[in-house]
Design a protein around this ligand. Structure first.
Ligand SMILES: Cc1cc2nc3c(=O)[nH]c(=O)nc-3n(C[C@H](O)[C@H](O)[C@H](O)COP(=O)(O)OP(=O)(O)OC[C@H]3O[C@@H](n4cnc5c(N)ncnc54)[C@H](O)[C@@H]3O)c2cc1C
Length: 472
């Protein structure tokens, strides 16, 4: 296994559970890839960026169970929003059957007017009525689709954009409408629990200890700070890898679970040339995410997290509360508060200085969290992930390769491979499970790891069935 991110770990654990001896080679000093945490020079443990899961991410939930980490994810049923005036709204499921379960709290959503809500309701019902597959969205951007559905500017900015830019790490004008529609169908319309937000209550790296144990138990090995330089092929078969220190390693099969641009550098150049097996990878663009970590000298926020409307900052996570520090709950002496802010598709922030970004975020926080005005900012850090995820632009799926390659014994995993999902932890785990299924099938020991999606409920179940029937 080359790469110890979520795709590599999910695949390695699945293979180990099937009795395969897996050796994981990870270039960095810790597991988890992009979804990890590390220690700053001053000793604070920070996530590379806040990561959240949703109730509809069934494979990620399965992976956390296998890794013994499911108890470290806490699910929240209510989502909180704040507008420029600091006004709060929140949404949560009611007793109504899907797709109507969110409707009562949506009606009370303060930041939107009647016309905005009527338009949004019409578009959401069009998605649900079509069983998640509205016609004529192929090759269309989400923004085009929203214009077609006659959404008001406020509905686009204060509703669709707020949910989708952070879910898919791309602007609406660059986003494939199919991915955008899928987010609403799977998370908010299809079932009652799909939208529930799951947040780790520990630093991300602590979620993966069980993976290492599962691999070692079966006689496997996890080697950190151990980069692979080259994947060697002979007569269209996997022949071995060369590590960065020059060591040669052989194996029956190899799963390459590294980012797509890294993979290209490990394989013969001809594979990336026109007509080559991986020529499509050069067309996959990436988009940035910026995380801003702020430590205040006092408690400035009560909610566990907040989505911001009309701001550059998209989400604020109350890390002190999420890590369940008693003082942040007001149960003990208030010693300060650690917040993490997330800005997806942060193209505008990439060239700006870190201090500029911190100043911008502080100004925005003063609008939505008035207590920050008098608070002292004790420490701040900015983490720019310039190539955070692949961009879900229209047509991107044609460039995403399957997990089984044309080379015997070589398999691919990674959120960028063909999973039907955008670049998410769920997509990464699915790719790992699919790669494990392909590898085991090639050994003549087929097994299934990919989990079913959340079952559709209520009217959504009826409409999903009808959509399925019309396809077959
Ligand atoms: C800032 C940010 C925020 C995000 N937020 C969310 C979120 O809230 N929810 C969500 O679901 N998803 C989120 N994502 C996306 C999610 O992190 C990724 O989709 C997922 O972690 C990808 O996993 P992966 O295993 O495919 O790739 P990676 O995590 O990139 O793993 C690849 C691994 O390969 C290793 N590697 C590279 N080169 C070599 C080499 N030569 N030899 C050996 N190893 C090598 C890398 O070090 C890495 O560990 C976010 C991503 C970022 C960057």
């Amino acid at each position: 296994m080359i790469g110890g991110g979520l795709a590599g770990l999910a695949c390695a654990v699945a293979l180990a559970e099937s009795g395969i001896k897996v050796r994981v080679f990870e270039k960095r000093p810790h597991l988890g890839g992009r979804a990890t945490s590390y220690t700053l020079p001053d000793g604070s443990e920070v996530d590379n960026c806040q990561h959240v899961t949703l109730g509809c991410c069934t494979n990620l939930a399965d992976f956390y169970r296998r890794a013994g980490a499911d108890g470290k994810i806490r699910f929240y049923d209510r989502l909180y929003f704040a507008d420029r005036e600091g006004r709060r709204s929140s949404i949560a499921a009611s007793v109504l059957p899907p797709p109507l379960h969110m409707a009562p709290s949506f009606v009370g959503f303060q930041a939107l007017g009647f016309d905005d809500k009527a338009g949004i309701a019409k578009a959401l019902m069009a998605i649900a009525w079509a069983g998640g597959r509205p016609r004529d969205i192929d090759g269309v951007t989400m923004l085009d689709w929203l214009h077609r559905m006659r959404q008001t500017p406020d509905a686009i900015e204060r509703f669709w954009r707020v949910v989708l830019v952070s879910a898919l790490d791309e602007e609406l004008a660059q986003m494939d409408a199919r991915y955008g529609v899928d987010v609403f169908w799977k998370a908010f319309l299809g079932s009652r629990g799909g939208y529930r937000v799951g947040i780790p209550s520990v630093p991300l790296a602590e979620l993966y200890d069980g993976c290492r144990d599962a691999i070692l138990r079966k006689g496997g090995e996890v080697r950190l700070r151990c980069g692979v330089r080259e994947i060697r092929l002979r007569e269209n078969r996997f022949a071995g890898v060369a590590l960065e220190d020059g060591t040669e390693i052989s194996a029956d099969a190899c799963v390459a679970a590294v980012p797509h641009d890294v993979l290209l550098g490990m394989l013969p150049a001809a594979m990336a040339e026109e007509g080559g097996m991986l020529a499509g990878l050069k067309h996959i663009r990436t988009s940035p995410i910026t995380g801003v970590h702020l430590w205040f000298d006092r408690v400035v926020m009560k909610e566990p997290f907040l989505a911001l409307l009309d701001h550059t900052t998209q989400w604020i996570f109350n890390k002190s509360l999420l890590y369940a520090h008693a003082e942040a709950n007001g149960d003990g002496p208030a010693k300060g508060q650690y917040l993490q802010l997330v800005i997806s598709a942060s193209y505008d922030l990439v060239p700006r200085s870190r201090q500029d970004i911190i100043d911008l975020c502080r100004r925005e926080l003063e609008e939505v969290l008035p207590a920050t005005r008098d608070a002292k900012l004790e420490k701040a850090t900015v983490i720019k992930e310039v190539r955070a995820t692949f961009s879900p632009e229209p047509g991107v799926d044609q460039w995403r390769p399957a997990q089984k390659t044309g080379v015997e014994g070589l398999f691919l995993a990674g959120d960028w491979t063909q999973t039907g999902w955008p670049a998410t932890m769920e997509g990464a785990v699915r790719s790992g499970y699919l790669a494990a299924e392909e590898a085991l099938a090639s050994f003549g020991e087929p097994r299934k790891f990919v989990q079913a999606d959340l079952a559709f409920e209520g009217l959504s179940k009826v409409w999903a069935k009808r959509a399925q029937a019309s396809l077959s």
